[in-house]
Structure formats: structure tokens, C-alpha cells
Design a protein around this ligand. Structure first.
Ligand SMILES: [Zn+2]
Ligand SMILES: [Zn+2]
Length: 310
């Protein structure tokens, strides 16, 4: 639930909202697979129920909104009068939960490797456009987090043309992430530099203290999201956002730290408890033995691929 209003020196009154902006859909309401590895019970309605009834989440990012079946399920909520689009973007469900339509994709990086990126979109219509754009570039548009035949700049262009923003997903995990498997410097992926991203999702391998050591990330705002594959995992990680209202436009302002909007806190898992912290060997791809660990995934201001310096 939103907290009481907070005084804001440089803008309208902001309130605090809890947000988990990376949640998957396992199946459509008709039983069609979306995220094959996710729980079959993780439908759009199950996500809504978990957020509203158990987790007290105010904003949730659904990252499988390129799937036409997921879009149909969201449009059904609108048709039933349970959900309505907000003027600032996002879909307000029962006046208590905002769904941000989003699309997670896997892209090949120029120097090899692949990474996941999430595009956040203001409306279901924008998500429909992105779904149509991606359809010929994916093997199966119904399924989640597919490898797209597309470059990162093309993905940014497409999302931005719909008024959206793109963030690198779980940016430090050893598999399928910008720092884990693509590059040592995020700035190498884009000619405009990292500032073109809407922010950066930390993922299980890093927290703000670790990510703050990278100078190139100083201008990017960090998010901690659950990447939930089951209802129980929703909001295992989450953010406290200071917003004037729980809409898409306000979340973008918070990511840009404008008008008193901000990410007030990241609640992530301590990376030392995670399975990737100092335990993954990028040479052999296996988990390293405890006695042979070397410390610190960061050295001299740069990141070392994976989480183990070898
Ligand atoms: Zn991912
Ligand atoms: Zn994901």
C-alpha cells in the first residue's frame, strides 16, 4: 500500500510505492505455454492475485507482453471492467495495482555472447505494435524471452518509437547478461553510451554497492526485480519508488531522477547468498569449488566476465 504522502522540495507531492518490474507469465488463461520453464499456475490473473492479496505490490512489470496470448488476457481484464489504462501509461487493476506492459528479449552482442534486455511500454497498444514488429524476428512470438534476430540499437529504436524505455536485465548474472556474457563495458554496446538505457536491473549477482564501483553506471538508476517464474517468487526482490502516481510516466521520471521522483530503495537478495557470487567459473562453465574461489568480481574499476576472476 502507498505510504502517507512525503514532502517534496522540487515537485508535486510524491508517495512511496512498492514495485517488482520483472515478472514472467507461465501460461495464458487458456493454458497456452508462454514461459515454458515457469510455473503453469503463473497466469496473468495469478500474478494480479499474488500482488494484490499476498505481496502488497503496487506496480508490477509483466515482461512477456509480446505474446499475443498474454495481451489477450490483459485485454480481457479491461473488457471485464477490472482494469483500465492510466493517462500516464500502465494498466490500473481494481484501482490498486498497476501493470506495466514489458517485453524481455535475448539479443546477440557484437563481440559475441547474448544478453537479455527488457523494454517497458506505456500501453497495451504499444505492446501490440512491438509484438507485430517482433513476430517475423522471433521463432515463436507466443513464447517468452526468445532470441530475436535484431540488434540492440534496433531494439532500442523500436521501443523508443512506442514511447518506451529499455533496461539491461539481470546485468551481472553469468549467463545471458551484458556484463556476464557480452562486454566488460556497457558503453561499448551503444555509440551513445549507457545513458540511452532507461536504467539497469541488478540481478542476483550484484547489489548497489558492487554496481556503484563501475564509473560508467553512475548515471543509471538501478532496479532490483524478482524475475519471478512462480507466484511465490513475486517480490522476492523489489523496489521502493517515490512517485506522484503509480503510472508508467512516473516510473520513467523516477529512473531519470526527475521532479522529486526516484528509486528510494532497492530490496535485493544479498549477492553473497546467491548462487552466482564468486562461484561460477567462466572457463569451464561449472560452479567453482569452495576452496578454489578467488574474490571480487570487480578489479581496477572494470568488471571481469562472469563472477570469478579465474
Ligand atoms: Zn532474462
Ligand atoms: Zn526474465
Amino acid at each position: 500500500m502507498p505510504s502517507p504522502s512525503l514532502p517534496s522540495a522540487d515537485g508535486p507531492t510524491v508517495r512511496e510505492y512498492y514495485a517488482d518490474l520483472h515478472v514472467h507469465v507461465g501460461r495464458t488463461e487458456k493454458g497456452q505455454p508462454v514461459k515454458v520453464a515457469a510455473a503453469a499456475g503463473l497466469t496473468v490473473r495469478a500474478v494480479v492475485a499474488e500482488c494484490l492479496e499476498r505481496k502488497g505490490i503496487d506496480l508490477v512489470g509483466l515482461v512477456d507482453c509480446a505474446s499475443p496470448g498474454v495481451l489477450e488476457d490483459l485485454e480481457d481484464l479491461v473488457r471485464e471492467g477490472r482494469a483500465a489504462p492510466l493517462p500516464g501509461g500502465g494498466l490500473r487493476v481494481e484501482g490498486r495495482l498497476t501493470i506495466l506492459p514489458a517485453v524481455e528479449l535475448e539479443l546477440a552482442c557484437p563481440a559475441g555472447g547474448v544478453a537479455h534486455f527488457v523494454g517497458y511500454l506505456p500501453t497495451l497498444e504499444a505492446a501490440r505494435h512491438i509484438s507485430a514488429f517482433l513476430s517475423p524476428r522471433l521463432t515463436n512470438v507466443q513464447l517468452s524471452s526468445q532470441r530475436a534476430r535484431l540488434t540492440l540499437p534496433e531494439w532500442l529504436d523500436a521501443v523508443e518509437a512506442e514511447g518506451g524505455v529499455v533496461l539491461p536485465a539481470h546485468a551481472f548474472t553469468p549467463y545471458r547478461s551484458v556484463y556476464g556474457s557480452c562486454t566488460r563495458r556497457l558503453g561499448e554496446l551503444l555509440s551513445e553510451g549507457p545513458a540511452r538505457f532507461g536504467g539497469l536491473e541488478l540481478g542476483l549477482s550484484a547489489d548497489t554497492e558492487l554496481a556503484d564501483r563501475l564509473a560508467e553506471l553512475a548515471e543509471l538508476t538501478f532496479l532490483s526485480n524478482s524475475d519471478a517464474h512462480s507466484p511465490a517468487r513475486i517480490a522476492r526482490e523489489y523496489n521502493l519508488l517515490a512517485l506522484a502516481e503509480p503510472s508508467f510516466a512516473e516510473v520513467v521520471l523516477a529512473l531519470r531522477r526527475q521532479g522529486g521522483r526516484r528509486v528510494a530503495a532497492n530490496y535485493g537478495l544479498d549477492p553473497r547468498l546467491g548462487k552466482y557470487y564468486r562461484t561460477f567459473c567462466p572457463r569451464c562453465g561449472s560452479l567453482a569449488l569452495l576452496g578454489r574461489l578467488k574474490p571480487v568480481p570487480f578489479a581496477a574499476g572494470r568488471i571481469v566476465r562472469g563472477c570469478w576472476t579465474g
